[in-house]
Design a protein around this ligand. Structure first.
Ligand code: UT7
Length: 328
């Protein structure tokens, strides 16, 4: 069983930061950021909460899907940057959208979140025939958890939200999800410290770098090595399950972390970069929102057409990766 994507939506904050803006507070340059990452500009949440951005994207997706929100049976939001430890962002988005009959929960899978959530939604639709539509949202404000004194991470991230509405269908579908917890400490942000006094007395260390609470740490080189392998591997595993190859895919929509990671995948697949949707130049790395934002933009621009085969490929903290292959 596959899914039919009925509608897409997005929200990006009003405020933008160019590469040059960063030169005012860290030792960097437009040239370094462009050539090492492909990023030129990113949106930064100012007044906009994560739940607000997600609700806005969700409402747009619902409107474009042309459905009544009361018929939505499931809301899954992926985020690593919620304003709330509880309730879930999905519950808040339920309140905002009027999807009163939906089950609602969040997923935290770093930048792989959207792929995990789409796969999860499909499984719900398959096993619960009373469920008509599922709403999948990704909403992130990485800027709120970025250390703006650390030039190696602060220039990478941007904020925004994307959403899709799906229903069950007999269209082609495959997925493959991975996680390797031995790399968990390469990309992390600490929320609380467990009894710091006891930790000091007992000399306890959990193996995670401590850059302060709510500040993102990334070992860029380790994550880069992982990403360049994980992106093609996740696709190949998902494609193999349904006996298709890279040549059957019209559009690859990978997580938008670094254009060099995508170029490496294109080279490995021996495919032109034109088959990959790229939006990181103007959105930066928006974590789990990056795939639905890129997808939404490509749909809005008319690049992606009905009937085409798409591969959403995520990779990120965990270290996790995943690929979902769908027919649009
Ligand atoms: O979204 C979740 C998944 N995340 C990813 O996929 C990110 C994967 N990693 C990357 O994309 C890259 O590793 C980065 C973009 C984070 C870094 O690029 P890099 O080419 O791996 O640079 P590097 O960390 O090896 O650093 C090279 C040099 C260093 O200077 P030295 O030690 O050679 O003197 C850094 O201090 O570049 C320096 N550097 C900078 N220079 C100017 C690091 N950040 C900056 C900066 N401006 N913003």
């Amino acid at each position: 069983m596959g899914i039919n994507i009925l509608g897409t939506g997005c929200y990006v904050p009003e405020q933008t930061l160019t590469n040059d803006d960063f030169t005012r507070f860290v030792d960097t340059s437009d040239e370094w950021i462009r050539t090492r990452t492909g990023i030129c500009e990113r949106h930064m949440a100012g007044w906009e909460p994560v739940w607000y951005m997600g609700a806005h994207a969700a409402k747009q997706a619902i409107e474009r899907a042309g459905i009544d929100p009361v018929d939505i049976g499931l809301i899954i939001t992926t985020t690593v940057t919620s304003e709330f430890l509880t309730p879930s962002i999905s519950s808040v988005i339920q309140r905002e959208t009027g999807a009163v009959n939906a089950a609602a929960f969040d997923m935290n899978v770093g930048c792989s979140g959207f792929v995990y959530a789409v796969d999860t939604a499909r499984r719900f639709l398959e096993t619960d025939s009373s469920m008509k539509y599922a709403l999948v949202i990704a909403s992130e404000a990485l800027s709120r958890f970025t250390d703006f004194t650390d030039r190696s991470t602060c220039v990478l991230f941007g904020d925004g939200a994307g959403a899709i509405v799906v229903e069950r269908s007999d269209k082609l579908f495959s997925s493959h999800l991975t996680s390797d917890g031995t790399g968990a400490h390469f990309l992390c942000a600490r929320n609380v410290r467990v009894a710091p006094e006891v930790a000091i007395e007992t000399d306890f260390e959990d193996g995670f770098p401590d850059r302060g609470l709510h500040k993102l740490y990334q070992d860029g080189r380790e994550v880069y090595k992982f990403a360049t392998k994980a992106l093609p591997a996740a696709f190949e595993a998902a494609a193999e399950k349904i006996g298709i190859t890279k040549d059957d895919i019209d559009w690859f929509i990978p997580h938008q972390a670094n254009v060099r990671i995508i170029e490496t995948a294109a080279k490995k697949f021996e495919l032109p970069m034109e088959r990959f949707v790229i939006t990181l130049d103007h959105f930066g790395n928006t974590s789990s929102s990056s795939i639905p934002l890129a997808f939404n933009e490509a749909v809005e621009k008319g690049m992606i057409q009905r009937g085409q085969k798409l591969a959403f490929i995520g990779f990120g903290s965990g270290l996790t990766s995943g690929c979902v292959i769908v027919e649009y």
